[in-house]
Design a protein around this ligand. Structure first.
Ligand code: LMR
Length: 394
């Protein structure tokens, strides 16, 4: 039977990881997959997470199943982290999921069950797994313009013009912060305008927040998510702990469904539990428990927040250094947007051919759409990248 299978569609990020690993050059530079790296190129276990692991290990007396929704302490701690004062437990149903991707998958299935035929609107561009998951589930999808490749900024007029076509009951997927892949983000005023538009349209807001704390700080990065949560009757929020807790391989994430007044929250919760059940039964617990241990202990939380702030500042420093270096070498301000972008990524605006040249001639790996992971750089490799870019034709 398996002989009938055809090769699956390629995922450009996963393909790039394999290409990088296979490259024997010692001085190769990995700006591909979104994983934080320190200046030595390591992806460290965060201090507070390591201490939490010891505490969990010492306190844990069983590995028996927890429950379909995962650990309630984790779900509550994440709701507080993401929603802050906008958190209203009476309208929030939530399940722990295997990473942010698991949350996106469960959200997509919930949408398919509750609003079959609704179209999901995604930014163009977006994280490639968004359209891939929706396509796999046969959910109608379309895109709204988002990024101005000439300025490296959000093309907000185009975005709003496209979103004017949203129909009642459609779903609009937004990146809560640190837009992946562009690095260009909405301002507070723009978030307000989007919230008004979605309210007027009667659309469901769906937020993917995978980089809280990597952009302008833990609170600032949650601004848009909290605003939509307060202003709109129904919101879906898929949050990942992979990056901001550095627990990538543990697969810790959460899906929150905020319902309108009059909706039975328990019924929503039951539906989320069932979606977990039919997909993988119980969500993974270890990463989630590390996260809630950190968030629920004052000492660990303070240490985690401080380390996260160092991570954020190191990426900002690299952004400034790269923008300055490119300004000097190209004698233009056309790459200044790199310093204005936030989060782990920036889309540079290079052609696929230029991206291929950087890979072949310099061993510099970035995604084919010229997305770089800024954390893949360090003070020594920034000038190498800048020189390679400045030397490109065209
Ligand atoms: C990325 O965009 O590189 C990360 O979110 C990792 C992934 O799973 O694609």
């Amino acid at each position: 039977m398996f002989e009938t299978l055809t090769p699956p569609p390629a995922d450009k990020i996963i393909e790039l990881m394999a290409q990088f690993r296979a490259d024997p050059r010692e001085d190769k530079i990995d700006l591909g997959v979104g994983v934080y790296k320190d200046p030595e190129g390591r992806t460290p276990v965060m201090r507070a997470v390591r201490t939490a692991a010891t505490r969990v290990w010492e306190a844990e007396t069983t590995k028996a199943y927890v429950g379909l929704a995962g650990d309630a302490a984790f779900n509550a701690a994440m709701a507080k982290l993401v929603l802050g004062e906008a958190h209203d437990p009476a309208r929030t149903a939530s399940v722990a999921t295997p990473g942010g991707t698991g949350a996106i998958r469960i959200a997509a299935e919930l949408i398919r069950n509750t609003a079959p035929g609704a179209t999901v609107w995604m930014s163009d561009p977006t994280w490639p797994n968004h359209p891939a998951i929706l396509k796999y589930l046969d959910i109608p999808q379309t895109s709204y313009r988002y990024f101005d490749t000439t300025t490296g900024e959000v093309d907000f007029d185009a975005m709003m013009a496209d979103l004017a076509g949203v129909q009642r009951g459609d779903v609009v997927l937004l990146h809560g912060c640190c837009h992946n892949p562009t690095g260009a983000n909405l301002t507070a005023d723009q978030w307000l305008a989007v919230a008004d538009l979605l309210g007027d349209k009667g659309a469901l807001a769906w937020i993917d927040i995978a980089y809280q704390g990597f952009g302008d700080g833990l609170e600032a990065d949650a601004f848009g998510t909290r605003l939509l949560a307060k202003q709109l009757p129904e919101v879906l929020i898929a949050a990942s702990c992979s990056k901001n807790f550095g627990v990538y391989r543990e697969r810790a994430g959460v899906l929150m469904a905020l319902s309108a007044k009059g909706t039975d929250r328990d019924v929503v919760q039951g539906n989320l539990n069932t979606l977990n059940r039919v997909n993988y039964s119980f969500p993974p617990d270890h990463g989630a428990r590390l996260v809630s241990t950190v968030l629920d202990s004052d000492d660990l939380r303070a240490d985690w927040a401080a380390e996260l702030e160092d991570v954020r500042n190191s990426m900002l420093g690299l952004r400034t250094q790269l923008a300055e270096e490119l300004r000097r070498l190209t004698n233009s301000d056309c790459y200044d947007f790199i310093a204005r972008h936030r989060g782990m990524f920036s889309r540079l605006g290079l052609t696929p051919e230029q991206v291929a040249t950087l890979r072949k001639e310099h061993g510099i790996y970035m995604v084919g759409d010229s997305r770089i992971n800024i954390a893949g750089l360090n003070a020594q490799s920034v000038p190498v990248l800048a020189r390679a870019i400045a030397a490109l034709d065209g």
